[in-house]
Design a protein around this ligand. Structure first.
Ligand SMILES: [Zn+2]
Ligand SMILES: [Zn+2]
Length: 350
């Protein structure tokens, strides 16, 4: 890593290296939280805070994170980061490897539009994906049960399919794959009609409720969902939230630990039933954690490196997922969204 990074990226880089070096989680979390604060206040306020030396008055920014922000803002590699890169030189993945990996991705299989809880239209998301060089994207708005996220009823999803068909005619050869991020019910069944699920190209199945269930119950629930013939991708498998996040209507979600489940059984079932394990690139998720991703690789899972973008700019987050894939030795041929749309549809989404 030679080029200087913008402040939030430098902080995330530090968090990533600390995580890989198995440093205590509170230290990792401090840098992730600070990165989220920098994202939230925006560049103008950041400038002002640095000028007036009031950065550390912000909740979530302390002396160490503050110093790193000031140095990154000045176009330097923060001392803290430089020290880590020295100390863990053998752990630092070659930036070139990550870039190459990322360049090999042809699409993104998890994102939201303003039909559910995203901030932008389907067209804006598609145009941003085209601009990134993607050949396809799966539109995966939420399912009915997730009312807080304006989940789509069967009727609305049917209407969305027509809209996507129209856009596909216009945007060809770029392709919007139809899809859903389908809530996994407590009994492991999926939150949409069988008929509709059968018509969609991509079904990302995710747990969004009762995340603190005991391991046996969570394992059963996930095993059932992973074995469902409609399921193509298992979304953000642990449900962890690394930093607080803002939600609609001023709601604020607190960080939460990973759900507990028998990862070996669940990933084994993913291999058996042809369900890809998602690497969720959202900075507050970064799910699965590295130790679980390494386990998934060892067991032979396929993966999908997704952004779970809720805005066009977030489609750019795939690099963070790629970094984790490279770190855990994911073979590129096992990344389903490195395949062409045709291959993906033939081999994975049938
Ligand atoms: Zn989700
Ligand atoms: Zn999502």
């Amino acid at each position: 890593m030679t080029a200087p990074l913008p402040p939030a990226a430098a902080l995330r880089r530090i968090a990533f290296l600390l995580e890989r070096a198995r440093e205590p989680t509170h230290r990792v979390a401090a840098f992730r939280t600070a990165a989220a604060v920098v994202d939230t206040i925006g560049p103008d306020e950041l400038d002002r805070r640095i000028r007036t030396r009031t950065l550390t008055d912000l909740r979530g920014i302390g002396p160490k994170t503050g110093a790193a922000i000031v140095q990154a803002h000045a176009g330097e590699v923060p001392e803290y980061l430089a020290r880590l890169q020295d100390a863990y030189a053998e752990l630092v993945p070659l930036a070139d490897d990550v870039a190459e990996f990322r360049a090999a991705l042809r699409g993104d299989l998890h994102m939201h539009s303003d039909w559910s809880d995203g901030g932008s239209s389907i067209r804006e998301m598609a145009e941003a994906a085209v601009a990134l060089g993607h050949e396809y994207m799966a539109l995966t708005d939420h399912s009915p049960r997730l009312t807080v996220a304006n989940g789509l009823t069967a009727e609305r999803l049917e209407r969305q399919l027509d809209v996507v068909a129209g856009l596909n005619e216009e945007l060809a050869p770029f392709r919007i794959l139809t899809g859903i991020e389908c809530d996994i019910h407590l009994d492991g069944s999926l939150d949409q009609t069988d008929e509709l699920l059968g018509r969609l190209d991509v079904v990302v199945a995710s747990v969004h409720s009762d995340l603190r269930a005991d391991s046996a119950a969570m394992t059963e629930r996930m095993l059932t969902a992973v074995a469902d013939p409609h399921t193509d991708v298992l979304g953000h498998c642990t449900g962890r939230l690394l930093v607080p996040r803002e939600q609609r209507e001023g709601r604020r979600q607190r960080p939460r630990p990973e759900s507990t489940f028998d990862a070996e059984a669940v990933f084994g079932a993913c291999v058996e039933h042809g369900t890809a394990v998602e690497i969720n690139s959202r900075p507050e998720r970064l799910d699965p954690p590295l130790r679980l991703l390494a386990l998934a690789v060892e067991l032979g899972c396929h993966v999908a490196i997704d952004t779970d973008a809720h805005a066009p700019g977030q489609l750019d987050w795939q690099g963070d997922g790629c970094e984790r894939a490279v770190e855990c030795g994911v073979p590129l041929e096992r990344v389903v969204n490195s395949w062409s749309a045709e291959e993906l549809l033939d081999r994975w989404l049938r």
